[in-house]
Design a protein around this ligand. Structure first.
Ligand code: FAS
Ligand code: PHB
Length: 389
């Protein structure tokens, strides 16, 4: 098989890139390890920056997003029984959109299939070959049958556990990592959200987040031990712990119900440099991971796609290699700012097992400063709604 761009990974990054390239008449093939249903079954991000919304519009996939998404002009931060609001509209004039990653991915799958896009599911043994030549290709198997794709470029969109990053030689690759000593236990429940905006809670018992997908589908998280498993937490235990971590006024209003999804995500900051090697380009979680606190994972995958899509357009439409030569540096400049914000926001809100009394005082002083200082709130809002591409 021959194509212009071979895309490894059918998550949001791979799908969005493929659909954008299609709109510009550039051919691609997506290789996905799992089935479509498996990919859609993963419950992940919930907050979209306007940059991602605009890309979905450019890809012709934003109709349902605009119809069913919720525009939020602010978010709440609580510590103990104290709570204050960060006003995105006042500080940036920009909202965020509440629309689950699952729905983004579903919209993109529907668009690719409607356009007759080539997606191979349940692929195995993916190997990237000759990425450092002008004739790269990908080997893989489907149902035990060996296959090969000749291509001009390869986009590694296969997430943190994919194979693309490993295709960059260790002599070239530099990795940066921070592992957090806790995870997030997430619950999805068919209950009305406790508040119409998100609540990020710092409590002496640990972090909590009250989020949502719609007026009758809520998404909640509590910081948990890395040794925990979802089976360790009954729904009742989860709800009781959540109530202890948010202000009493909200806890008293919390509508509980059976969990329809319960999972634990570890927290990590991770970046690999460079994000390009020859004709291989890494996008999204294949190149970087952030703790989900700042809602930057999916949104930084989107800015990678924006840079790579425009670089490939420039190559095919104008014969220019400027974009592809500058991709890694441009993408990493924004990736590191997202890493910093996600690390800062996580450090502000979580309780660390070995936290000294002084560190705790610094955390509360940071919260008090953010609460009282307009410049600090503006800086936080600008990062949360999304820095410019
Ligand atoms: P993805 O991991 O989504 O997609 C990669 C795809 O590649 C997958 O479908 C995988 O099956 C496929 N693949 C892997 N190896 C392959 C191979 N060898 N061959 C072919 N295909 C292969 N972000 C937020 O902003 N907020 C959140 O709350 C949040 N929660 C998260 C919870 C969890 C458990 C995880 C893992 C991530 C979470 N994230 C969150 C981050 C998440 O949203 C990612 O940033 C987003 O999925 C990035 O999209 P992709 O880069 O497409 O990677
Ligand atoms: C979510 O709704 O899943 C969500 C929202 C905001 C975050 C992380 C996750 O920072």
């Amino acid at each position: 098989m021959k194509t212009q761009v071979a895309i490894i990974g059918g998550g949001p990054a791979g799908l969005l890139l493929s659909q954008l390239l299609h709109v510009r008449g550039i051919d691609s093939v997506i290789l996905e390890r799992k089935t479509r249903d498996y990919v859609l079954g993963r419950i992940r991000a919930g907050v979209l920056e306007q940059g991602l919304v605009r890309l979905m519009e450019e890809a012709g996939c934003a109709e349902r997003m605009h119809a069913e998404g919720y525009s939020h002009d602010g978010a709440l931060i609580s510590y103990g029984d104290e709570m204050f609001r960060i006003d995105f509209a006042e500080h940036t004039g920009t909202p965020v959109l509440i629309y689950g990653q699952t729905e983004v991915t579903r919209d993109l799958y529907d668009a690719r299939e409607k356009a007759g896009g080539k997606i191979e599911f349940e692929v195995e043994d993916v190997e990237i070959r000759d990425a450092d030549t002008d004739q790269p290709h990908v080997l893989y198997t489907v149902g035990g049958e060996a296959r090969r794709i000749e291509c001009d470029f390869i986009a590694g969109c296969d997430g943190f556990h994919g194979v693309s990053r490993q295709a960059i030689p260790l002599s070239v690759r530099r990795e940066y990592e921070k592992i957090y000593p806790f995870g997030w236990l997430g619950v999805l429940s068919e209950t009305p959200p406790v508040n119409h905006e998100l609540i990020y809670a710092n409590s002496e018992r640990g972090f909590a987040l009250c989020s949502m997908r719609n007026e009758n589908l809520s998404r909640y998280y509590i910081q948990c031990s890395l040794s925990d498993s979802p089976a360790d937490w009954t729904d009742e235990a989860f709800w009781e712990e959540l109530k202890r971590r948010i202000p009493k006024a909200q806890a008293d209003q919390l509508v509980t119900g059976p969990s329809i999804e319960k999972s634990i995500a570890p927290l990590r900051s991770f970046v690999t440099e460079p994000m390009r090697w020859g004709r291989l380009f890494l996008c999204g979680d294949a190149a970087h991971i952030v703790p989900p606190t700042g809602a930057k994972g999916l949104n930084t995958a989107a800015s990678d796609v924006h840079y790579l899509y425009n670089a490939l357009r420039d190559y095919y439409e104008n014969g220019s290699e400027t974009g592809i030569d500058g991709y890694s540096q441009k993408a990493l400049a924004r990736v590191w700012k997202a890493e910093r914000f996600s690390w800062w926001f996580s450090s502000l809100l979580h309780r660390y097992p070995d936290q000294a009394a002084f560190d705790l005082k610094m955390q509360i002083a940071d919260l008090e400063f953010l609460r009282s200082n307009t410049a600090a709130q503006k800086a936080m809002a600008e990062n949360y709604v999304g820095l410019p591409y």
